[in-house]
Design a protein around this ligand. Sequence first.
Ligand code: SF4
Length: 458
Amino acid sequence: CGVFGVYGHQDAATLSYYGLHALQHRGEESAGICVTNGVQFNYHREMGLVKEVFDKDRLASLTGDMSIGHVRYSTSGDSRLTNAQPLIFKYRDGDLAIATNGNIVNAPLIRKELEQTGSIFQTTSDTEVVAHLIARSSKDFIEAVKDALRKIVGGFAFMIMTNDKLVIASDPNGLRPITMGRLGDAYIFASETCALETIGAELVRDIGPGELLILDRGGLREDRFTEPQRKALCAMEYIYFARPDSDLNGANLHSARKRMGRQMALESFIDADIVTGVPDSSLSAAIGYAEQTGIPYEMGLIKNKYTGRTFIQPSQELREQGVKMKLSAVRSVVSGKRVIMIDDSIVRGTTSRRIVNMLRDAGATEVHVLITSPPFKNPCFYGIDTPDRKELIASSKSIEEIRKEINADSLAFLSPKGLIKAVGGNSANEYKGGLCMACFDNDYPTKLDFGGEEKRSF
Ligand code: SF4
């Protein structure tokens, strides 16, 4: 998901529209903006893309100078309107809105406890447990928020808004990215820096693990709800998820992906005629591989921009349809050539097999697949939509077995060390480069306390 917040700008809704549009790649199922003028909430949420959900008149009706907004894809809870965020609640004498990027691992457990003691939930979204925890507390609002955040386990970036306060929080490991910018006197918060750039805001800094920022009439207060744990920013943000023009932890994504491609070349050199990347996320890595090896980079695959991203569609059936709709091989580029195809990950293997076969059908004489991440063996519990372990091809098959399954002439993955080295950034000397690598190495940075409700297999 993607979140976007504004404090202290009279065009909060319109800025949110542009900001969420820049974050559209993080979720295409629903979009929502909630604005307050200090007295009441004005909000709108709907299924669909940002540009479908909001028009000029709708934005004009969302008056106020503080806002939170959200684009969603479902990792927890169904894909339906009641789960579209920001979630809105009545709270004490006013209102409460919450928008999250991430996933709460122990939400089923907390929800069960709350339901047994009388809470009635409106949604199936894990975010709602936080609203209930806040509402049940007799402490003042900020202390109630801190208590609630201390109870939950997972990867999350929260935006919580009342009629007079905006609170931004990052989980104790900093698993999900969240960044702060300034636009004149206003404060802007976004999942990625590309959204700041889009509205002309200046990047101030990333929000760190366990931080809690409070904005109200007193200005900005930098606080925390817990001590930071091991820093573990999601490696898949670098590999796949974030936009190439965003910066994460001081490193530009396009440059980091290029370094992954260069590192891949150092680890796995293949003698071939052209290098091509699977659009969009692997183009930067393919350029890096080509630069390092001197093998020409070519546009061997073209993406139709007007279809959804396969990784974030909710069902397997849609996912499989998605591949057919969205990619084509460029026959005149690949025909008669030995092709190196760079991709960011292999999840089930079905997408890779389709693309390899597409290149072969277009006349490629050899197709060598290089993946700029280690084998994806373990499910994510922190907000990236991955299937159960048993559906992850690398959890049960060797590299040679995967190669056969995807019909490639050769297959290699980037090493975990190579990935950490390529990502670099400001955390090069931290444990695992400050990254969560759990989907590759099974070393989850948090407890995985599902309370017996979680169906995923280990
Ligand atoms: Fe990211 Fe993988 Fe960690 Fe999930 S398990 S947060 S996808 S690195």
